[in-house]
Design a protein around this ligand. Structure first.
Ligand SMILES: Cc1cc2nc3c(=O)[nH]c(=O)nc-3n(C[C@H](O)[C@H](O)[C@H](O)COP(=O)(O)OP(=O)(O)OC[C@H]3O[C@@H](n4cnc5c(N)ncnc54)[C@H](O)[C@@H]3O)c2cc1C
Ligand code: FES
Length: 309
């Protein structure tokens, strides 16, 4: 983990108050494992003292131009389905050939800190503490992925930001993957183009019915699980608490392994303040673990659901 002052390379606006912030930081980009996060400090702002936690969305060797439109996602999915080996090998070869130097964060403006982030321009500086947390890749997790017929990524809103790097790494390893992604409206469905090359299908849902299935993403997810009850899935879920809980219930009902990436409020991000603790199963009255240090990724059965403390 490095505590650095890094330059903004780009702060690209997307739909619905979302942005991709690209930061020039080779050491942090190269140290990042999928599922880890960063703490962003806005410099020179005495009114925003605490750093803001953000998933490390992507690491890149350079800032790529944006894909043309949502139709590109469909083309990429089609290409991947028709010629999966070429697409995956291409991605793996590209990744190996160039060392990443840019850390990318995908964020949504929700309050004062993220509003100020949205004003950042190329050449501005921010404090970046990263990479933090243990992320997705442990031996136990990879063993479960190998045992699964398919990996199901389930994202709610900005939760998509935690899943792109794991999906890319798994795609390079030849794993079959599918994305279920839900938002309030169509404008929340950001980052689909980037995800599409790693998965065989993208299933979208919006609460207002403006795109894809109407309602919560857990509905098409449940339909898929019930249609494929003979299969063995590994689910990887990131989103708001209620959506995590609903997905975990489905995983339990259909008997699938499930990992959750949690986004609790955080003070320090370093395991010191205990502000991010969640209740987990343990001996006696149970125990608490820090999302920033023991997480942000947990096996679903470890977490005591129905208890936000
Ligand atoms: C490990 C981790 C990874 C995260 N990854 C991302 C990411 O990739 N992209 C992204 O946009 N956001 C992410 N978040 C949430 C992000 O940290 C908050 O949205 C941000 O700190 C809000 O700051 P603010 O000053 O704009 O809002 P504040 O003024 O602090 O709060 C405004 C609103 O945002 C809500 N909020 C604040 N913090 C959180 C939080 N941690 N989780 C959920 N809601 C919150 C508040 O309840 C309030 O309604 C992540 C959080 C964690 C813990
Ligand atoms: S945020 Fe301080 S201990 Fe986790």
């Amino acid at each position: 983990m490095y505590d650095e002052t890094v330059a903004v390379v780009e702060n690209r606006p997307l739909t619905g108050g979302h942005f991709v912030l690209s930061l020039d930081s080779a050491r942090q980009a190269q140290a990042t494992r999928p599922g880890q996060f960063a703490m962003v400090r806005l410099l020179g702002r005495s009114d925003v003292l605490l750093r803001r936690p953000m998933s490390i969305y992507n690491v890149a060797s350079a800032v790529a131009p944006p894909l043309r439109a949502a139709t590109d996602a469909a083309t990429l999915v089609q290409d991947a389905a028709m010629n999966p080996r070429t697409t995956k090998q291409d991605a793996a070869l590209k990744a190996a050939a160039t060392k990443p130097a840019i850390v990318q964060l995908l964020y949504k403006v929700v309050g004062r800190g993220t509003r100020l982030m949205a004003e950042l321009k190329p050449g501005d500086y921010v404090g970046l503490l990263a990479p933090l947390g243990h992320g997705f890749f442990q031996d136990e997790y990879l063993d479960r992925a190998k045992a699964a017929d398919e990996i199901l990524h389930v994202a709610g809103g900005i939760g998509i930001a935690a899943l792109l790097l794991p999906a890319r790494q798994l795609a390079a390893g030849g794993f079959h993957q599918r994305l279920f992604f839900g938002g309030r409206t169509q404008d929340d469905l950001v980052g689909v183009d980037e995800f599409a090359a790693s998965v065989s299908e993208v299933v979208l849902a919006t609460e207002d019915g403006s795109h894809g299935h109407g309602g919560y993403v857990t509905r098409p997810l449940e339909e898929y699980l019930s249609r494929n009850s003979g299969k063995n899935f590994l689910m990887m879920v990131c989103g708001p608490w209620a959506m995590l809980e609903a997905s975990v219930k489905l995983a339990r009902r259909y008997g699938h392994a499930c990992l959750v990436s949690m986004e609790n409020r955080m003070g320090c991000g370093l395991g010191v303040c205990l502000g991010c603790c969640i209740h987990v199963n343990g001996t006696g009255h149970g125990t608490y673990e820090r999302v920033c240090t023991e997480g942000p990724v947990f096996w679903a059965e470890k977490v005591v659901w129905g208890d936000k403390s």
